[in-house]
Design a protein around this ligand. Structure first.
Ligand code: ZN
Length: 392
C-alpha cells in the first residue's frame, strides 16, 4: 500500500542556507531550499502488536515544525529524530482496524510522544513507570527508530500524509460531537494545560503571556480554566490576536514594544536601561509564559519577571542571554509535551469555540502555500494552519 506524504530530508548545504536566509526571505523555505518533498511512499506498517494504522483527516502545522524547517532548531534535537521522517504530530485521524477497545472507523487524536510502552521497552523507564511518558528516557530504542514523537520518527509516518501507525497508548477517542477542527486543537491545548500546571501559578499571581499565536492563546484559555491567576497581560503583534487574547481571558493586551511598560505599571516595578541592550525590570510579573519562540520574546520574558519569579518555556526556545535568570534567580521551567493532559483537553474543548482558531486547511499537494501561510499566519490574520490529507 502506498501513500502520499511530505517527507523531511536533511542536506547540509540546504540546512546552512535555511539557517542563513531562512525566515528573512519569505517563499524560500517553502521553495528551493526546503527540506520537504512530496513523495509516494510505502505506507508504514505496524511494527508490533498493539499498533494500528491511522488515516489522518487533519494535521496541524506547529511552531516546532516551522523551526525545524527553517534550520533554526538546535542541533540538540538531531540525536532525537530519525531521517527521513514525515512531520505532523498534531493529528486527528480515523483508525483503520480494531485495536484493544477501539473499533475500526473510530475518530482518534494522537498523543505523539513515543515512550517505553509504544516502543515495547520493558521494564519501563522511571518517568514512564509513573505515567510521565512525556519525560521518557528511552526515546531512541525499541520497536521504532529514534524519535521523541510521531512526526519526528522515520518508522511511524506522520500526520502530513495519508497514513501513519500509532500505538494504542497514543490514541484517544474523539467524542462524536467534536468537529474535526476542534479535535485538532486537542494536542496543542493539552500542551497549554501542561504548561499552566508546570507554572504552578499562585492565586492572584500577576501573569505575563508573551505571544498570541496558537500557543499563547491556548495558554491564556488554560490559565482561566486551570489556575486562579490574577491579571494576565498578553503580548500580541496583530489585531486579530489581541481580540482573541481578550476573548480567552487576558486582562490587558499590548504590542511587543509596550509590553515592558505595561508590566511595569501593572506591578509597580522599576525600569532600568542598560547600554546597547533592551531595558529590564526590577520587580515585574510573578509568572511569565514564553509562547512565541523568538529571541526577542524570550528576552522580554526574562527581563519582565520579578526576582524568584517563574518563566515557563511553552514552545521550542531560541538561544538567549540568561543574565536575568542568574541575577534575578528566576525559575526557568520547561513545558515540552501535553502527555497526561489529553483527557482534560478533550473535556475543555467540548462546548468551547476553540476550533475557530483553525484558520485554513490545505491538501498535501499545496504544501508550499500551506507552509508559507503558516510562516506568515499572524500577519495574514490567521492562527492555526493545517493539512487535510483527505483532500486532493
Ligand atoms: Zn520511557
Amino acid at each position: 500500500m502506498t501513500t502520499l506524504a511530505l517527507e523531511l530530508h536533511r542536506s547540509i548545504p540546504r540546512y546552512l542556507a535555511q539557517r542563513t536566509i531562512g525566515r528573512r526571505v519569505p517563499g524560500l523555505l517553502a521553495g528551493p531550499i526546503s527540506s520537504l518533498r512530496l513523495v509516494h511512499r510505502e505506507a508504514p506498517s505496524p511494527p508490533a502488536g498493539g499498533w494500528a494504522r491511522v488515516r489522518p483527516v487533519l494535521s496541524g502545522i506547529c511552531g516546532s515544525d516551522l523551526t525545524t524547517l527553517s534550520g533554526e532548531a538546535s542541533l540538540y534535537f538531531s540525536a532525537l529524530v530519525s531521517l527521513p521522517f514525515v512531520p505532523g504530530h498534531e493529528v486527528v485521524g480515523v483508525l483503520s482496524n480494531d485495536l484493544d477497545g477501539l473499533s475500526a472507523g473510530q475518530r482518534v487524536v494522537l498523543d505523539p510522544v513515543l515512550g517505553c510502552e509504544a516502543r515495547g521497552i520493558a521494564p519501563l523507564c522511571h518517568p514512564c513507570a509513573r505515567s510521565d511518558h512525556g519525560l521518557c528516557e528511552r526515546v531512541t530504542g525499541g520497536h521504532v527508530a529514534a524519535g521523541l514523537q510521531t512526526g519526528f520518527c522515520a518508522d511511524t509516518g506522520g500526520g502530513w500524509s495519508g497514513s501513519l501507525v500509532a500505538h494504542r497508548s497514543q490514541l484517544h477517542a474523539v467524542p462524536d460531537e467534536l468537529a474535526d477542527e476542534t479535535a485538532l486543537m486537542t494536542e496543542p491545548l493539552a500542551c497549554a494545560i501542561h504548561a499552566v500546571r508546570r507554572a504552578n501559578v499562585p492565586r492572584d499571581a500577576r501573569v505575563l503571556v508573551v505571544g498570541a499565536g496558537t500557543v499563547g492563546l491556548l495558554t491564556i484559555a488554560a490559565l482561566r480554566e486551570f489556575s486562579e491567576a490574577g491579571p494576565v497581560v498578553a503580548v500580541a503583534k496583530h489585531a486579530h490576536q489581541a481580540a482573541l487574547a481578550r476573548a480567552y481571558g487576558a486582562t490587558e493586551v499590548v504590542p511587543p514594544a509596550e509590553a515592558l511598560g505595561a508590566v511595569r505599571r501593572a506591578t509597580q516595578a522599576f525600569r532600568l536601561h542598560p547600554e546597547r541592550s533592551h531595558p529590564f525590570l526590577l520587580g515585574g510579573a510573578d509568572v511569565t509564559f514564553e509562547c512565541a519562540g523568538s529571541r526577542g520574546s524570550m528576552d522580554l520574558a526574562l527581563r519582565s519577571t520579578r526576582a524568584r519569579g517563574r518563566v515557563v518555556l511553552a514552545g521550542m526556545p531560541p538561544r538567549v542571554d540568561l543574565s536575568p535568570a542568574w541575577f534575578r534567580e528566576l525559575e526557568v521551567v520547561g513545558a515540552y509535551s501535553g502527555a497526561g493532559a489529553f483527557d482534560d483537553s478533550l473535556g475543555m474543548l467540548a462546548g468551547s469555540d476553540i476550533g475557530r482558531l483553525v484558520s485554513a486547511t490545505y491538501p498535501l499537494d499545496r504544501w508550499r502555500e500551506a507552509i508559507d501561510h503558516a510562516l506568515s499566519a499572524g500577519r495574514l490574520g490567521s492562527v492555526k494552519i493545517a493539512f487535510d490529507p483527505t483532500k486532493e
